[in-house]
Ligand binder design. Structure first.
Ligand SMILES: [Zn+2]
Length: 716
């Protein structure tokens, strides 16, 4: 009698432990298959790091474990008493339901934070099928389980599945993502080794380990996955997750502020800057009722330093974001950071790997949705993390991608989708937030030039290039020398990209008008830099300092009454931060070091009392370091290694063809003095904001794909 009771007790204990183990195993299977599926569905996107993947993995695993435990406790008694199912069989039924429901749902991408009626319908179908499947499975397992051998085989295989999934992930990283190219001897060797590894894992679980050891290993594996999440402390220490308390709120500050930046857009491509232009009817329409700055300059010849200047109001020599792996110093105030303090919701959408979160250009943005993103962002754990922690979004994919892998991220999200996202966001948030600041960064017309074909006009396709030109680096390094015809075709594709973006900007503005928020909005449209098309013998951007690269369009529409006009005095992207802050009545600390606000130019009838300030540009990505200076309608360029100086008169020679060095030694001397003074002031500002040295991003150890390519081509 006593022995019987004791046996029953140990049986019960064993049952409880088995149920626990079933839930652990199934949640691990779900977590790993979630990642595998999300990576499989974005095969072009080879960037993933194991440490990064553990976050969504552990969230999914924990979530499904507790879901199963809770559901089991709620539903177990009716099943056990009315349907006479054993506890353990019911746990199996529940787990197989979850695994099936989850895998099918994940393949169909049914899980997200918001649920549309269509999605709910699909989910309910998968739900019903999953129930049928799990019932059929549990009945057949019950039949098989009469044979001890089969039972053992099934449980062992199930327990080994998470390990096999983990091995598949490793295989992906090595083979699918091109570290080892397909159909080479290395590829076959690796595939063979992995097949051996899978069989070995199965064998260990089936014939070597006893039940106890197996269970301990699964539990340890489970704990390792879940707790690995907490070993990346930077993840939760992000500041500024919540909208700060409103300090002041002035009624006449603009309700909505839109900053639209278009990558690599030449000023002379914008119709309102060029009387022959027909590329941008929508931007021209916008400009007709706005203020057009005829001489606006970027502070750098490539994206990151240029936009760091726009956001901080300081030159690259001050903010120090001049290299590929640089990070904006957190000490510097930014537009988003400052206006967030007075109650603006700050949000950004964009495409460009050089603007993702690791550059810290995201500072002050409550929602920062920049592409390209990680492959694992499709995983349910990632979606949850993103929902609760808005900053859980892309860092630099170049750094995460295995070396030698060519990223094809341009195809993942395009200008049209980006516009849709932005319009959708405004629709959903215009009543939620009383005031907001939205920044949209279009990557087009940046290389690759691959506009939808309906935007390409007038030329016959050149077959050596086709409809997708992406060999900028090869042209820059001399590895590809385009013929005259090819050059013309490149420009045709570039123009097509501009038409494409302009069309979408038109769509964006129309949507804002329909939502009745256009009128109350401050809208600033500009570009981060231009693009060279052999104006000075070379192509692309990021290396020279001529105006085809440094000149940018700048058009501002004020929410206040103001006459449309054209402003001639030179300004720069450094003027934008003080302008937005003055609109919002936010005083600037150390105001004397900032450029002037453009508000007087926007609203007064004359521009006579405006004194243009010298503008110093620097931060070159490729080749020799250079600085450029705009002063009194002169332009001075200094190439630092060769000490080559160039002086141009922009009034008489806007295309910078006639060197004045010999004729104007006094101007040359003045330029040198202004440059020296600028550097002294820069150092002063750096001291003031306690910027000690250039900050590097967290993931700067690995060289970017692009730099590797350049180095391979002998350019660096
Ligand atoms: Zn750019």
């Amino acid at each position: 009698m006593i022995l019987e009771k004791k046996n029953r007790d140990t049986d019960k204990k064993r049952d409880v432990f088995s149920i626990f183990l079933i839930f652990l195993t199934s949640s691990l299977i779900i977590g790993f298959s979630d990642l595998l599926i999300s990576i499989l569905f974005i095969p072009r996107f080879p960037a993933f790091s194991f440490s990064f993947m553990f976050k969504p993995l552990s969230i999914t695993v924990l979530l499904f474990f507790f879901l199963q435990v809770i559901l089991f406790m709620i539903t177990v008694f009716p099943f056990v008493y009315f349907f006479k199912i054993k506890f353990i069989n019911f746990a199996l039924l529940l787990s197989s339901f979850f695994v099936f429901f989850f895998i099918i749902g994940s393949v169909a991408d049914l899980f997200g934070i918001s649920f549309t009626p269509e999605r709910m319908f699909k989910i309910s179908i998968v739900f019903v099928f999953s129930i049928i499947f799990s019932v059929v499975l549990s009945i057949s397992v019950k039949n098989i389980s009469r044979k001890e051998e089969h039972k053992r085989w099934i449980t062992s295989s199930a327990l080994s599945l998470p390990f096999i999934f983990a091995e598949v992930l490793l295989f992906f990283r090595l083979v699918i993502y091109g570290i080892i190219p397909f159909f080479t001897s290395k590829f076959f060797l690796i595939s063979f080794l992995f097949i051996f590894l899978f069989i070995f894992t199965l064998w260990i679980f089936n014939f070597v380990l006893n039940v106890k050891t197996k269970s301990v290993i699964v539990i340890l594996f489970w704990l390792a996955v879940v707790f690995s999440q907490f070993f990346s402390p930077s993840f939760l220490s992000e500041s500024g997750l919540k909208l700060e308390k409103i300090i002041t709120e002035k009624e006449d500050s603009p309700k909505y502020i839109f900053l639209v930046t278009i990558d690599s857009l030449r000023t002379d491509s914008v119709s309102c800057y060029n009387s022959n232009g027909e590329l941008t009817p929508n931007i021209s329409e916008f400009a007709r009722k706005a203020v057009v700055f005829e001489n606006a300059f970027s502070l750098s010849s490539w994206t990151t330093p240029s936009l760091a200047s726009l956001m901080t109001g300081f030159s690259p020599s001050t903010h120090t974001v001049t290299k590929d792996n640089a990070r904006l110093p957190g000490e510097l105030p930014t537009i988003a950071g400052e206006i967030k303090k007075i109650g603006y919701y700050t949000c950004a959408f964009g495409i460009n790997p050089n603007l993702t979160k690791r550059t810290n250009i995201s500072k002050g943005f409550l929602y920062y949705d920049f592409y390209p993103k990680y492959a694992v962002e499709r995983a349910i754990g990632s979606k949850l993390l993103k929902h609760f922690y808005k900053f859980y979004i892309a860092e630099n994919v170049f750094d995460l991608a295995p070396e030698n892998v060519v990223l094809d991220w341009g195809t993942l999200i395009n200008t049209k989708k980006l516009t849709d996202l932005s319009i959708q966001w405004v629709k959903e948030n215009k009543s939620k937030h009383k005031r907001f600041f939205l920044w949209i960064h279009y990557l087009d017309p940046h290389v690759p030039y691959a506009p939808p074909t309906e935007y390409i006009k007038g030329e016959k396709v050149i077959s050596t290039i086709g409809f997708n030109f992406d060999k900028a680096i090869e042209v820059l390094s001399g590895a590809f020398v385009p013929s005259k015809k090819e050059k013309k075709w490149m420009k045709t594709l570039y123009d097509g990209e501009i038409r494409y973006v302009d069309d979408n900007i038109g769509r964006l503005f129309t949507a804002l008008k329909k939502m009745d928020i256009y009128k109350d909005s401050l809208i600033i449209l500009t570009s981060d830099h231009g693009e060279e098309f052999w104006d000075h013998g070379r192509y692309y951007h990021g290396h020279s300092m001529y105006n085809e690269v440094l000149s940018v369009p700048l058009i501002i529409k004020s929410p206040l009454e103001g006459k449309p006009k054209r402003v001639e005095p030179p300004v720069s992207l450094n003027n934008i931060m003080p302008t937005i802050l003055e609109y919002c009545h936010i005083p600037l600390d150390a105001k004397e070091f900032y450029a002037d606000s453009l508000l007087p130019l926007l609203h007064s009838h004359t521009v006579n009392n405006y004194t243009p300030q010298p503008v110093v540009c620097s931060g070159v990505l490729y080749g020799e370091k250079r600085k450029a200076l705009f002063f009194d309608w002169y332009k001075y360029i200094l190439s630092e290694n060769s000490q080559k100086e160039e002086l141009f008169d922009l009034n008489t020679d806007p295309s910078e063809q006639n060197l004045l060095n010999k004729r104007m030694p006094d101007r040359l001397q003045k330029a040198r003095e202004i440059l020296e003074k600028h550097l002294r002031v820069s150092n002063k500002i750096k001291k003031l904001f306690k910027i000690t040295k250039e900050k590097k991003s967290d993931r700067d150890k690995k060289k970017s794909d692009r730099l590797n390519k350049l180095e391979a081509l002998g350019y660096l």
